[in-house]
Design a protein around this ligand. Structure first.
Ligand code: MTE
Length: 343
């Protein structure tokens, strides 16, 4: 039986076509119980500073058994960046707490709270990224060399998960297109394939065959070159927390969140459509494109509406926007494509 929202999955390994539904519900309950009394008004949404003060209190409680999770966020490194208001939404951002404790990162477990609880042992430094495939310049580069030529920008983007929840996140990153140009892809390069790190010693979820590890994703070259597509190295002005995909992750705001591959170790230019983890796992449910589309339902649930994390349980769901509200900028990429077939 395929798990569906609310149906309990209690044992490992989880069924292969499983996508996050049970964990959404379970961790929603957990996070409501642990972090939020119901219905926090937006004015009360925790700022980064207030959250960290609270974490210090929590750290003080550590010996009492009342606290859990990593306290590495306390030492996070500030980044230098400028704000890109033109490409940012003016919607209120989610709290740092929401963004860093309600995660999908199956390498650390399928529960929403597990990445924050289990990612402290993960080492995002030192890091290197291999550039491979159809490009004139190739090789393995340190993260510092990857980042050095790029001025970082803050981009406040909506993130819409395929599970029908959403957040607004202030990423710090730079256009993927600028990185791609540095490596001079050849005329045969039609797609860009991404690979996440494989470290079962540090990532306990990789010891179970929930997905075919390592996590892989891909974009068409024109999607990868689009100015909205970024590689993020931070959020809320600081280096990415491990649970959000440190030290480098993809952000494609008009696509479902699962395209935003975390902890990238390889970028490869290819002639053919690259394999993608969720498509390998359940091809009828997750396509290569994964464009946010309220008119094309997931086979097991509607995509017409979404629940904004942190909005409070009495706040009604909000309508999902075509291409997650970025249609003006990106709809032309899909002119003439049947979006029902190419989901
Ligand atoms: N990348 C890797 N390597 N492993 C994952 O499990 N989950 C994806 C995506 N990137 C995932 C991943 C999914 S389903 C979503 S919705 C987003 O990351 C969540 O990003 P966030 O936890 O920073 O909000």
């Amino acid at each position: 039986m395929k798990p569906s929202p609310g149906s309990p999955v209690t044992s490992w390994p989880l069924p292969r076509s499983y996508h996050c539904n049970y964990s959404t519900h379970r961790s929603e309950l957990t996070s409501m119980r642990v972090f939020k009394p119901a219905a926090i008004p937006p004015s009360e949404i925790t700022s980064r500073e207030r959250y960290l003060n609270r974490r210090e209190v929590i750290a003080g409680l550590a010996g009492t058994g009342l606290a859990f999770g990593a306290t590495t966020a306390l030492a996070a490194e500030r980044l230098k960046f400028t704000k890109n208001a033109r490409l940012s939404t003016s919607e209120p951002t989610n709290s740092y707490e929401d963004i860093t404790t309600y995660n999908n990162f199956y390498e650390f477990g399928t529960g929403k709270a597990e990445p924050a609880e289990r990612a402290a042992r993960f080492k995002p430094k030192p890091w290197s990224v291999t550039i491979a495939g159809e490009a004139e310049v190739k090789g393995t580069f340190t993260l510092e060399d990857i980042l050095k030529p790029h001025a970082l920008e803050e981009r406040i983007y909506r993130l819409r998960c395929v599970e029908a929840w959403s957040m607004v996140i202030p990423w710090v990153g730079f256009p993927l297109g600028d990185l791609i140009r540095r490596f001079r892809p050849t005329s045969r390069a039609r797609y860009v394939a991404f690979k996440s790190v494989m470290r079962p010693d540090e990532m306990p979820g990789q010891r179970f065959p929930v997905l075919d590890w390592p996590y892989v994703e891909g974009l068409r070259m024109d999607e990868a070159m689009h100015p909205l597509t970024i590689l993020a190295a931070g959020l809320y002005g600081e280096v990415l927390p491990n649970q959000n995909g440190a030290p480098l992750r993809l952000v494609v705001p008009w696509k479902y969140g699962f395209k935003g591959i975390k902890s990238i170790v390889e970028i490869r230019f290819t002639e053919r459509v690259p394999p993608t983890s969720w498509n390998i796992s359940a091809p009828r449910e997750y396509g290569f494109y994964a464009n946010v589309n309220p008119q094309v339902d997931h086979p097991r649930w509607s995509q017409a509406q979404e629940r904004r994390i942190g909005a409070g349980i009495f706040t009604p769901k909000q309508p999902t926007l075509m291409l997650n509200g970025y249609a003006d900028q990106v709809a032309s990429l899909y002119a003439g494509l049947d979006l029902r077939k190419n989901y």
